[in-house]
Design a protein around this ligand. Structure first.
Ligand code: UD1
Length: 425
């Protein structure tokens, strides 16, 4: 497995260009299942998860091609598709659960292996299944598979109230509802920009959805949908990671093709930390010329502060002036990476879902291991400002969310190389 070898101390200066969001692209590929014919999705990042999702769709009967050069995926969906999503593929990626809704909608049944993905918490599926049951489906857990059957005549529109605005459950129910009989209301729905992106693609396909971007989605089922072309929304988490990179290294980074409105709270936090943030016509520019001030962060569903930027902000606080409290409300195991960060000399104490960080004037390079995508990004950011050499292991996690991360960092002036890890004996 590869490692990143980083020599800390460089100030990052320059420009980066953001592509489509991983967390949207993968779901849009699943949305394609809802319409026979050829769907084209643009701005799809060249990451392993896209390859896994493409393979999953192939096993359901689709023809899928991906061009890394144009970042375009083409999916040809046949009139009849399979309804069993393979265990080996699904366990490798949480986002595979996105096929659940479309499969039940299209075929009246779905056998989807219980998903894997990042080890960041329990990540239940109870809201997905309870919603489908309310729409008339039967759900069983058999031999590692979720086995779902729609009633004869198909799913029936109903009022679903989510206990929590879960991104995944909102997506499953939305995709199940667009061709259900009658009206489905999803109350307390998630409002993330990636959900809006899915709604926009579904609307172009002929779906009827009211309340897009709000927590009350009203979906009137239609009898069929048509295949379309769609461009993925920009990745706000990658954009936010670059913003933190500018601040932590005392640099100056212009982030292009990003939507600053999707990052309002995070950018505002960086301003509080002492950064200068300028909104440009296609993104934003972040400049920093002093040591950051520590900033408290509380993760919440959108439009709250994103949990996927929490590790990067802990890294930032670890070299800030003063102390900060970071509260994680979504994924309980997300603080696992703190143990790795403390190897670099960071002073962080966790208690339940709170982390107290006392900023140090300097971190000290050491070997560390990425525990999930965003934790990996946080560790790289910390390595960029640590004294001496930091090696980040298990970077396959980072590769799942950041295309050519080290190349882009090098272009901005970072001293980072990818190396094939020596085998441990
Ligand atoms: C998605 C994103 C992830 C992001 C998260 C929150 C993908 C592939 N991943 O994850 O990067 O951090 O949104 O913005 O898009 N929960 C239940 N029961 C359910 C559903 C969820 O208990 O039926 C819990 C989860 O365990 C978790 C919390 O709700 O603690 C949030 O989950 P959810 O919003 O569904 O996130 P994901 O879709 O898994």
């Amino acid at each position: 497995m590869d490692v990143f070898r980083i020599q800390g101390g460089a100030r990052l200066v320059g420009e980066v260009h953001i592509t489509g969001a991983k967390n949207s692209s993968l779901k849009l590929m699943a949305v394609a299942l809802l319409a026979p014919g050829k769907t084209t999705i643009r701005a799809v990042p060249n990451i392993l998860d896209v390859t896994i999702m493409a393979e999953l769709l192939r096993r359901l009967g689709c023809s899928v091609s991906y061009s890394a050069e144009t970042e375009t995926v083409e999916i040809d969906v046949p009139a009849t598709i399979e309804h069993r999503a393979d265990y080996d593929l699904v366990r490798r990626m949480r986002a595979s659960i996105a096929v659940l809704g479309p499969l039940v909608a299209r075929t009246g049944a779905a056998d989807v292996a219980l998903p894997g993905g990042d080890a960041i918490g329990s990540r239940g599926l109870d809201m997905h299944t309870a919603g489908l049951e309310r729409m008339g489906a039967t759900v069983a857990n058999e031999h590692g598979y979720l086995v779902v059957h729609a009633p004869d005549g198909g799913l029936v529109g109903t009022h679903v109230y989510l206990d929590f605005p879960s991104v995944g459950a909102t997506e499953t129910l939305l995709m199940a509802a667009v061709t259900a009989n009658g009206v489905t209301v999803i109350d307390n729905a998630a409002r993330e920009p990636e959900i809006v992106d899915i709604c926009n693609m579904l609307l172009a396909m002929g779906a009827q959805i009211d309340g897009v971007g709000t927590s009350l989605l009203t979906i009137t089922g239609v009898s069929s949908l048509k295949a379309v072309e769609h461009t993925t929304v920009a990745d706000r988490i990658v954009a936010g990671t670059w913003a933190v990179a500018a601040v932590i290294t005392g640099g100056d980074i212009t982030v292009r093709n990003a939507n600053s409105e999707h990052l309002s709270i995070a950018l505002e936090k960086l301003v509080t930390a002492g950064a200068e943030v300028e909104i440009t016509n296609d993104g934003f520019r972040v400049q920093m010329n002093k040591r950051p001030t520590a900033i408290d962060v509380v993760t919440l569903p959108y439009p709250g502060f994103p949990t996927d930027l929490q590790p990067q902000f802990i890294a930032l606080n670890s070299i800030a002036e003063g102390s900060a409290m970071v509260t994680e409300n979504l994924f309980e195991a997300r603080f696992r990476f703190v143990q790795e960060l403390t190897r670099l000399g960071a002073e962080v104490r966790t208690d339940g879902h709170h982390a107290l960080i006392r900023g140090r004037s300097q971190l000290s390079g050491a070997p560390v291991e990425a525990t999930d995508i965003r934790a990996g990004a946080g560790l790289v950011l910390a390595g960029l400002v640590a004294d001496g050499e930091t090696t980040v292991h298990a970077i396959d996690h980072i590769d799942r969310g950041y295309v050519d991360f080290e190349k882009q960092l090098s272009k901005l002036g970072a001293n980072i190389i990818r190396e094939t890890s020596p085998q441990l004996s």
